[in-house]
Write a protein that binds this ligand. Structure first.
Ligand SMILES: [Zn+2]
Length: 157
């Protein structure tokens, strides 16, 4: 699922070295990708190449029954994160990461260097349903700028 698509030309994000127009933040709550760290390389044609993922499927009712096939699309604007973070998780792109469980040390599968924090996506989605049915969930994204590799995983309270 494409949870978010970042405009790589936005200078605040520091993504120009990727030489891409967009950076998709991909994750899946309905397959085993959600149970481990996934890594994918961004391709110049807008697609991705999966480098690392956990195979298999979840049960039919994971993360909750009657899970939507998609969430309604919405546009968003980046705004500065307030100094004192709210008590609950919120969507965040760049900056100093506000993560409930602490940030994992994720290494790029290509170069083995530590990947930088890129984004955190909270449980609230567009429409009436949420991404995971748990308000303490954060889906985290790291980036290796040199190799154009994104890592994604989730943490839960
Ligand atoms: Zn790398």
């Amino acid at each position: 699922m494409r949870m978010m698509s970042l405009d790589a030309s936005d200078e605040r994000l520091g993504l120009a070295a990727l030489r891409l127009s967009r950076v998709p933040l991909l994750f899946c709550w309905q397959c085993n990708i959600a149970q481990d760290v996934t890594q994918y390389r961004l391709r110049s044609d807008g697609g991705i190449e999966l480098l690392r993922f956990k195979r298999g499927t979840q049960g039919p009712d994971f993360p909750y029954s009657d899970y939507p096939v998609f969430f309604p699309e919405a546009r968003f604007e980046l705004r500065a994160v307030p100094q004192a973070p709210a008590g609950s998780a919120r969507h965040q792109v760049g900056g100093r990461p506000f993560v409930l469980q602490g940030l994992r040390d994720i290494r790029c599968k290509v170069c083995r260097r530590k990947m930088r924090f890129l984004a955190s996506i909270a449980d609230n989605a567009t429409g009436k349903r949420t991404f995971a049915g748990n308000s303490g969930v954060q889906t985290l994204f790291h980036l290796c700028l040199e190799d154009g590799v994104v890592a994604s995983y989730h943490e839960c309270d």
